[in-house]
Design a protein around this ligand. Sequence first.
Ligand code: AMP
Ligand code: MG
Length: 349
Amino acid sequence: METKVAIIKDIKKDIKFIEEAAEIIRNGGTVAFPTETVYGLGANALNEESVKKIFIAKGRPQDNPLIVHVSSKDISSLVKEVPPIAQELINKFWPGPLTIILEKKDIIPNMTSANLDTIGIRMPNSEIALKLIELSKRPIAAPSANISGRPSPTEVERCVEDLNGRVDYIIGGESSDIGVESTIIDCTVNPPMILRPGGITLEMLREIDSNIDIDKALKSKPSNDLKPKAPGMKYRHYAPKAHLKIIRGKNEKTIEIIKEMLENYIEKNNDVAILTTDENLNKFDKGSVISLGSEKNLSEIAKHLFEALRKCDDLGVQYILCQGFEEKGVGVAIMNRLSKAAGYDIIDV
Ligand code: AMP
Ligand code: MG
């Protein structure tokens, strides 16, 4: 399949590319496009055959439902009911990185919702994404634009790397600012429950309803006794090719242990990358050291996380040693993605 790649430099001057992509969506094709969380791979959410192409292009398991992207806060044509709490969340956080789970209307095919009676909906906060949805005149189902299991793309080059030849169109033009996927909140239960942590934090959501909590199953490695409620959260995900290990604890001790492990791996002729902070960057004199950003700014760490994992693969290292981050604010999402990427290989020191 031939993939066209277009980079939007100026949305007004380059509108023809978005028009072209919108036509592809209307005609049943697939388009990768930027959003503020990560890049998405989109197709007409209301057409089974179109949506199927997303699963095939990504190699995504068919029991993993897709999030439907809209360009308006009025979602009454897609869901049975918008309870007051959901409406409040929409008013407060859309457009933005919050996916809301509601009971779906029959207009949404089972392929999109992976046979669930519910559907996740989000209005992205990206000019290009909103224009694409608006011009295509369809809600767009879009998971992250990576081959299933790989780190999500936050740069257009990574979409091309994964999806060139597998999709019809790739639009670039923005790096993803948030860097981790949307927060998912289930509003079919009372109080609503967070099924995936993301850019909208628990603290922010509790300002709307102090009873909102996070799915307990997200705290540990998924098991038969404790399965996450979002079907996708049970899979190994976001994973680089190298073995990723997380070292978590007090800063000085963490550095000491990372150095020890580093020596050990290098002695055995392994190439090793270290993911750390600006503040710790100079504390390592071996291995490929990459900073995710300042420890004082967890949003910056989130933004750089997936790209850093992909850079480690570019370097061809066998091991990645990454320090843990404090689980508050967006730190909860960072540690969720890191834990999954590491297959829960976490060393507490
Ligand atoms: P992605 O778009 O690749 O970030 O994946 C979408 C995520 O949303 C997956 O983890 C899905 O399991 C989750 N999801 C989508 N729809 C639903 C739903 N109706 N109920 C629960 N989780 C959902
Ligand atoms: Mg994904």
